[in-house]
Write a protein that binds this ligand. Structure first.
Ligand code: PGA
Length: 255
């Protein structure tokens, strides 16, 4: 079986000014350059051009946190995939739980964005995950299935092969409560099986599935040891270079 790409991703959300972002990268680049995994940073729109121009490395991938599904037009305040590509962004987070729950984005809308990003050669990182209520009422798997299948409606196997998936249980995001390694692995295994059933084993064997939700230097190692966890999507702990550096170097952490 081919080896899956490992990805350590940071999602800065609405944090950092440009000076702080530049400083972070100056501190982290030596570690990124040494790392055998890919390091993704989803930065605020306003920083993308400067970061993409200044920090290049075969291991570093800079991207955005959102985009609109249209190619262009009268959509005040929105950003297109074309514009993101134009400033050097390589990927875009889509379907993050904050977009779903705070901004009311539906699976159908996220699906349009996924297809637009693919058409414009921007890598979609599709986030899925259940709320606490959905988990406790026994609906975790139904939610993952409908989010995955609806957000990937009419996406081909070749297209899916270019994407990343992130499992982020909503109850673990920004709460300090992380899923246990077993809970995360169960959801990842289930998601990979869904992909196999619909798009085939070649794709399901290869597609990286990241875990997100209160990842820290203390829990990253055990999460990364799980068979179906190929990376992490880190919010809070990606904001400080020292904690993110430890996460990138998870293999050296002693537990
Ligand atoms: P967190 O955020 O690590 O702060 O929980 C994760 C995310 O929102 O992607």
């Amino acid at each position: 079986m081919a080896k899956r790409q490992k990805v350590i991703a940071g999602n800065w959300k609405m944090h950092k000014n440009l000076d702080e972002a530049m400083q972070f990268f100056k501190e982290i680049m030596p570690i990124v350059n040494e790392c055998s995994d890919k390091v993704y940073i989803a930065a605020p729109f306003t920083h993308l051009k400067t970061l993409c121009d200044n920090f290049k490395s075969s291991n570093l991938v800079i991207g955005a946190q959102n985009m609109n599904d249209a190619s262009k037009g009268a959509f005040t305040g929105e950003i297109s995939a074309f514009m993101l590509k134009d400033v050097g962004a390589k990927f875009v987070l889509l379907g993050h739980s904050e977009r779903r729950h705070i901004f009311g984005e539906s699976n159908e809308f996220i699906n349009k964005k996924v297809k637009r990003a693919l058409t414009d050669n921007l890598q979609p990182v599709l986030c899925i995950g259940e709320t606490l209520e959905e988990r406790e009422s026994g609906h975790m798997k139904d939610v993952l299935q409908s989010q995955l299948e609806d957000c990937l409606n009419s996406v081909t196997a070749d297209q899916l092969n270019k994407m990343l998936i992130a499992y982020e249980p909503v109850w673990a995001i920004g709460t300090g409560v992380t899923a246990t390694a077993e809970q995360a692995e169960e959801a990842h295994r289930f998601t990979r099986k869904l992909i196999e059933n619909k798009w085939g084993k070649d794709i399901s064997d290869l597609i990286p599935i990241l875990y997100g939700g209160s990842v820290t230097p203390d829990n990253v190692k055990i999460l990364m040891e799980q068979v179906d966890i190929d990376g992490v999507l880190v919010g809070g702990a990606s904001l400080k270079s020292d904690s993110f550096a430890k996460i990138i170097n998870y293999q050296t952490i002693k537990v």
